[in-house]
Design a protein around this ligand. Structure first.
Ligand code: CA
Length: 224
């Protein structure tokens, strides 16, 4: 469930936003001052912040600056100040969007959803664009490709996943049981020889006996 922090000193507006967001399935938190807002942000780690600019204790713009410099939390400014300069400064300070009061709650929800969608897209792209390396061994997760000294190594899906699991641990030992669980899920649980056979095949394909190390009585690790 996505969390939204509302920093807004006008209680009726804050309550309206909270009600509308919760009806839409968000978890909403209200802070009536800038200071409370920053405290709640530390405590709840919201996904998006709705920020009023005119607050009793601090200027919303300074909150905007503080948040965007230190955190990776998108901000939507919700302000009565329908001022082109404020809007520009807000966006310059790192706010993602700017909504003018009076607002339509449906519009606020649409903007939040659009930001969340964009974040999800970026996160997906980061995951798939990942490249793992150990020495001259390179694994490109997105391309599903492994190279060693620049040469492509053809691996079966299980071999690929086994190698990926070892590479993600980067030098730390994995027991045979852990590898079985991670690579084969539970289909072969109990038969740790499956792991040994695949490790032997990997070593052969990588033309390297030293890269994947047998830790006697424990399991395997990979190191350059
Ligand atoms: Ca206000």
């Amino acid at each position: 469930m996505n969390k939204i922090l509302i920093i807004e000193d006008e209680k009726p507006i804050a309550e309206l936003l909270k009600y509308g967001l919760e009806k839409e399935g968000f978890r909403a938190f209200v802070a009536l001052t800038g200071k409370d807002g920053l405290n709640l942000m530390e405590k709840e780690h919201p996904d998006v912040i709705l920020l009023d600019l005119m607050l009793p204790d601090v200027d919303g713009l300074s909150i905007c600056k503080t948040v965007t410099m230190n955190k990776n939390i998108p901000i939507i400014i919700v302000s009565a100040r329908n001022d082109q300069v404020d809007k520009l400064i807000g966006l310059e300070y790192g706010a993602d969007d700017y909504i003018t009061k009076p607002f339509d709650i449906r519009e606020v929800i649409l903007r939040i959803k659009s930001i969340l969608r964009r974040i999800q897209k970026t996160m997906d792209a980061e995951v798939t664009a990942e490249v793992l390396t150990v020495g001259s061994l390179v694994m490109d997760i997105q391309k599903h490709e492994v190279t060693k000294d620049g040469e492509i190594i053809e691996l079966t899906p299980k071999e690929f996943l086994l190698l990926e699991t070892l590479m993600r641990k980067n030098g730390k030992v994995l027991t045979r049981a852990e590898l079985l669980e991670k690579v084969w899920e539970f289909e072969y649980l109990g038969d740790t020889r499956t792991v040994d056979i695949h490790i032997q095949r990997l070593r052969k394909k990588l033309k390297d006996d030293k890269l994947i190390v047998t830790v006697f009585g424990v399991g395997y690790k990979i190191q350059s």
